[in-house]
Write a protein that binds this ligand. Structure first.
Ligand code: PMP
Length: 348
């Protein structure tokens, strides 16, 4: 009889929270669908697609549109089927037997998850009590422990904290390890290192269309790196990894500069409203501590996380439960008001 191997036999498939909820604030997505004008452009694009042909392996038009939006050279960009694909791809291809990788904790759990599938030794660097990274201590650990790859999100999911550009540059220039900065949430903050990508041979930056860009359904992620690393990523990826529909729609979306700028302002404003509302509630509680965030969600430490999560779910509001923490995505203004009102009811 066929036996599954040890590394996969106890894995359970990813199962997102089931059921239909009126308000979904659990996955850090953009709270509104793309507007009619943009979707009308998609219809035109659909007519241009040769469905009988394989997609463009280099997703050239999509990559050009992305590169123009962010002001980077297109030859330094690789498109992926979501950043998820790129994380798995780079961990498996850039690491070999005996190499060690490092993640920080807490952080996006998929980094460590994929390392176990790749059978790569993966250590964790624990953040301080304010959930921040002590960059000097991180550098020391990377160099002392002979780490080949360090990978973390900046800003961080789930904490919403981030390290500054200066700190990120200090890290990249002080280690010979490959540093991957996952800037999935950098569209909501100011400290990107994208413009420095050519200054370093050991830096990869991930971006995604799933958050600010409001296109999680398309599964579009991007890796930006200097030319030799970028060529290696393109060499190891599967040839037709981004389907033609996502390529065509993604090309349109990154041309919507004004729409994306306005969306960014609205989401950041709603995040502030959420954080300020939570902070106000926390004043009367000694076990409810929202963490100031530079992303589109707020992380809250509370031992009552499970009870609050269940209470909100009863009201058809779903947020993310993570042990003694909750993570709440900034939704629309009405959704933020609703979750704050529901929390008020929980506490009274
Ligand atoms: N990186 C981080 C830090 C994330 O939070 C997420 C999504 N939750 C991803 C990557 C995955 O992005 P994508 O949708 O592009 O696969």
């Amino acid at each position: 009889m066929y036996q599954l191997n040890d590394k996969i036999k106890n894995l359970v498939p990813y199962e997102p929270i089931s059921g239909t909820y009126q308000i979904r604030l659990d996955a850090n997505e953009c709270p509104v669908n793309l507007p009619e004008e943009i979707r009308a452009q998609f219809h035109l694009k659909l007519d241009e697609i040769a469905f009988n042909r394989y997609p463009d392996p280099l997703a050239e038009r999509l990559v050009n549109s992305f590169a123009e939006y962010y002001g980077v050279k297109p030859e330094l960009v690789t498109a992926g089927n979501g950043s998820d694909e790129l994380i798995f791809l780079i961990e498996s291809a850039f690491m070999q037997k005996g190499d060690k990788m490092l993640v920080v904790a807490p952080d996006f759990s998929m980094y460590q998850f994929y390392s176990s599938i790749c059978e790569v030794e993966c250590d964790s660097f624990i953040k301080d009590e304010k959930l921040d990274i002590d960059v000097d201590a991180l550098i020391e650990k990377i160099n002392r422990d002979n780490i080949s790859l360090v990978l973390f999100s900046n800003p961080c999911n789930p904490t919403g904290r981030g390290i500054s550009r200066a700190e990120a540059e200090k890290l990249v220039s002080s280690v010979s390890a490959l540093v991957i900065l996952d800037e999935a949430y950098m569209d909501f903050w100011t400290e990107s290192l994208l413009d420095k990508i050519e200054d370093y041979s050991n830096l990869i930056i991930f971006r995604t269309a799933s958050k600010l860009v409001g296109s999680a359904a398309l599964r579009l992620g991007f890796a930006v790196a200097n030319l030799p690393v970028s060529r290696a990523i393109k060499a190891v990826k599967s040839p037709y990894n981004v389907n033609s529909v996502s390529q065509a729609f993604g090309e349109v979306i990154y041309q919507q500069k004004e729409y994306l700028r306005n969306r960014q302002k609205t989401i950041v404003r709603n995040k502030e409203m959420l954080y300020n509302g939570l902070k106000e509630l926390s004043a009367a509680q000694n076990d409810f501590a929202p963490v100031e965030s530079v992303a589109n969600f707020v992380f809250i430490k509370t031992t009552r996380a499970k009870a609050i999560w269940e209470f909100l779910k009863e009201k058809s509001i779903v947020v993310r439960l993570m042990g003694d923490y909750l993570r709440i995505t900034a939704g629309t203004e009405a959704e933020v008001s609703a979750v704050l009102q529901a929390l008020k009811e929980f506490f009274c």
